[in-house]
Design a protein around this ligand. Structure first.
Ligand code: MN
Length: 137
């Protein structure tokens, strides 16, 4: 049984890939990457990652469509998907959630928010139990 959580990053921007890999590996995650939607779908089935970070703006089909297909496949439907988008358009988040994304975040990512989102989806840990996030009175 694997102890390190495995994260699949589907992202077509080289700088963002490098940033993601450094950030996630620094947190102890095992990271798989691909730049293409088709490879993302294939890797999700073959490697069964614990979580998928999905860029919405991909070449070919969009990350939303990739997410729809993942969620429509019983083999991958349970894998949480964190969508990342550079588009600040109204309705984007709603369409992301309709597509089945479990979280929807804007680029450039807010690192603490991004990492907390991953922990919540991977471990279901409530934010209030994390001391550094507790409010002072
Ligand atoms: Mn992109």
């Amino acid at each position: 049984m694997r102890t390190r959580r495995r994260v699949l990053v589907v992202e077509d921007d080289l700088l963002n890939i490098e940033l993601m890999v450094a950030l996630l590996e620094g947190e102890g995650y095992e990271v798989l990457c691909t730049e293409t939607p088709d490879a993302g779908l294939a890797l999700a089935v073959r490697e069964h990652p614990d979580l998928i970070v999905m860029d919405i703006q991909l070449r070919g089909i969009s990350g939303l469509e990739v997410t729809r297909r993942l969620k429509a496949n019983p083999a991958t439907a349970a894998i949480p998907v964190v969508a990342l988008t550079a588009l600040a358009m109204k309705g984007d988040k709603a369409s992301g959630l309709r597509a089945g994304c479990d979280a929807y975040l804007m680029k450039p990512i807010d690192r603490p928010v991004f990492l907390e989102t991953l922990r919540r989806l991977l471990y279901g840990r409530p934010a209030a139990s994390r001391p550094h996030l507790m409010e002072s009175t």
